[in-house]
Write a protein that binds this ligand. Structure first.
Ligand code: SF4
Length: 365
């Protein structure tokens, strides 16, 4: 498979590891912000293979995990309204809100359906003209353009019973928020590959300019990750941070202009509530007033109480990179992928599920 097999080449991986070991002298701390990168790093045992002076942390890059419990509570409350069908990606349905999950609401009678895309939700809307179909829009800049396209399609085809609860988030502001919290000190960031395919490299420029942090946009194969780490080591050792694209086959400097235009047509920047972090200004995507007839938040008013996190769950600290799942007393004891207590164990890209699956150990911390 061209563009994949060469990035899984063990010989190339070995050579890169040797180079990283040779060139890396300082104790450095790197964070990957993308849940897909966390999975790749653990799956290929890269934390153990990297020299011990390179510390790797995981950040808030799993869209299911970062959805605030109050947003989930709102979705659940909407699902309990008469004649409403909630449509959602699968993982989201199992995430516990303050008092129940969408799965539990379904067991109690709400009409909750798992879909694989916003297009599936649109189809349900066409097939059920007497019902209101609410699609729970989660994800970063990667998924937002397709949700925008679904809204434009609904407009064009005059589908009047399709709504989106936009819980979309954007990546660069949360990087800034994590740094400004000052809880973790970072030397370099492995920037997300899929998000960067949409937004390009420029939105990260504040990281080297304002925070003196090295950046490398990485792909998802083991050699991709090692290329990114190699670039970060070189930038940090030379004291000259920049934004490097080491995933050239997937990311262009300017991003995907057509997808960006689509996203900007339907969404505008607004604040967003992040699990474990709280409200972060300009870190979310809201539906523009021109399309508010498709906005579930504007068309379905529900009352919800203050959000609550599952007792004993430290997902918030895990998402901020302050703690690892191994520091949670419930990890593997009462919280497992079969019986998840917090979102980071529900999502296949969540840190807790990744540690569980690939046996994360207390090395490299
Ligand atoms: Fe939350 Fe479970 Fe992870 Fe603990 S192990 S932080 S309870 S998801």
């Amino acid at each position: 498979m061209k563009y994949v097999n060469e990035y899984r080449d063990p010989e190339l991986g070995k050579k890169l590891l040797e180079k990283i070991k040779r060139d890396s002298h300082k104790h450095i701390r790197l964070m990957e912000f993308c849940g897909g990168h966390t999975v790749a790093i653990f799956k290929h045992g890269l934390r153990q293979l990297l020299p011990s002076n390179i510390e790797m942390l995981s950040g808030p890059g799993c869209p299911v995990c970062v959805t605030a419990s109050t947003d989930l509570d709102r979705a659940i409350a909407m699902g309990k309204l008469p004649n409403v069908i909630i449509t959602s990606f699968g993982d989201m349905v199992r995430v516990p809100g303050s008092s129940c999950s969408l799965q539990k609401a379904k067991a109690e009678g709400a009409d909750v359906r798992i879909v694989y895309s916003a297009q599936d939700a649109l189809k349900i809307a066409q097939e059920n003209p007497k019902k209101s179909i609410i699609f729970i829009g989660i994800g970063f800049e990667t998924t937002a353009p397709t949700i925008a396209a679904s809204i434009l399609q609904a407009e064009q085809e005059k589908i009047k019973n399709y709504y989106v609860l936009s819980l979309h988030k954007v990546c660069p502001p949360i990087m800034k928020a994590i740094l400004d919290l000052g809880e973790v000190k970072l030397d370099g960031i492995i920037c997300p590959g899929h998000v960067s395919a949409i937004i390009g490299a420029r939105p990260y420029q504040f990281l080297p300019d304002d925070y003196h942090i090295a950046c490398a946009i990485s792909g998802f194969e083991p050699v991709d990750i090692l290329l990114a780490v190699d670039s970060l080591v070189e930038q940090i050792e030379s004291g000259q941070p920049r934004v490097d694209i080491t995933y050239r086959r997937g990311v262009k400097e300017e991003g995907n202009e057509a997808a960006l235009r689509l996203m900007e047509k339907v969404f505008e920047i607004g604040e967003a509530d992040w699990r474990g972090i709280g409200i972060v200004p300009e870190s979310g995507l809201k539906i523009r007033p021109e399309y508010e007839k498709f906005d579930a938040a504007k068309n379905f008013k529900v009352k919800i109480g203050p959000g609550r996190e599952p007792k004993g769950c430290i997902c918030g600290a895990v998402l901020r990179g302050v703690s690892t799942p191994l520091e949670c007393k419930l990890f593997r004891v009462t919280c497992t992928p079969e019986r998840p207590i917090g979102p980071c164990m529900v999502s296949s890209e969540g840190s807790c599920a990744t540690y569980y699956e690939y046996g994360g150990r207390k090395t490299n911390r």
